[in-house]
Design a protein around this ligand. Structure first.
Ligand code: PLP
Length: 238
């Protein structure tokens, strides 16, 4: 029998804290305690530590870089685990990642959506995607501008190799606590407005927002999926 890495105590404790705070935020917001999905962000984390988290019941993981993910993937115990690409994706990496993850959360242009659709169709699959929105309007950040979102959805909704499942955002790092909720609330409004339009092939089911420093605020403003890295695995060495 294959031996599993011993779940590390700190990891177990961190996970229980995150799950508890998530459940409390859900209840505070009038939702079921398990209404929000926890995605563990595993960038820079070793395969061994990721497997320890999976053994502790983590069911969703997210990686930023195609190369790093593909390099670790074969060492992971991924039965029943949903894998997400959450980092910026260059069109020249699309061939490598399509079919290797269950969802690509970082689609922000027609060109990228078309590339993912084309490769998916070649491979006989449909790739679920989220549209990344640059809610803070930062110059250098990936994500579609909020006022371009509607046009983007209209331009890509007929693509047969992708299925749009919702929206994702990374708010500006510098945002103050007090402004965070306003930003998340603006994002939730975009989500609800576009959900009401009921475009073919677009289901606004997931609103991916909230990271280690702000997942409680994101949940209070309507997030359905939080992406938490350092609060689970500890600070990243960079
Ligand atoms: C790194 C990262 C996260 C997690 O960040 P933490 O602050 O460590 O929780 C979430 N989303 C994206 C897109 C990231 O790149």
């Amino acid at each position: 029998m294959m031996e599993r890495a011993l779940p590390d105590k700190a990891l177990e404790y961190n996970l229980s804290v995150v799950r508890e705070r998530m459940a409390q935020a859900c209840v505070s917001g009038g939702r079921a305690p398990d209404a929000v999905t926890l995605l563990a962000v595993t960038k820079t984390v070793s395969a061994e530590r990721i497997n320890a988290a999976l053994a502790l019941g983590v069911t969703q993981i997210g990686e930023n870089r195609v190369q790093e993910y593909l390099g670790k993937k074969d060492a992971l115990q991924l039965d029943g685990v949903q894998k997400h690409l959450i980092g910026h994706l260059q069109t020249n990496k699309v061939r490598q990642i399509v079919g290797q993850v269950d969802m690509i959360q970082s689609v922000d242009s027609e060109r990228l959506a078309e590339a993912i659709s084309r490769v998916s169709l070649e491979r006989g699959i449909v790739t679920p995607v989220l549209i990344e929105v640059n809610i803070g309007g930062e110059e250098a950040k990936s994500g579609v501008a909020p006022d371009r979102l509607e046009a983007l959805l209209e331009n890509i909704h007929a693509l047969e190799g992708i299925h749009v499942n919702g929206l994702m955002t990374v708010p500006p790092i510098s945002t103050k606590e007090s402004e965070k909720r306003a930003i998340f609330s603006k994002m939730y409004q975009l989500f609800v407005d576009n959900r009401a339009k009921k475009l073919d092939n677009i289901d606004m089911l997931e609103l991916s927002m909230g990271m280690s420093g702000d997942y409680v605020e994101a949940i209070l403003e309507g997030s359905t999926l939080v992406r938490v890295g350092s609060a689970i695995f500890g600070a990243r060495q960079v």
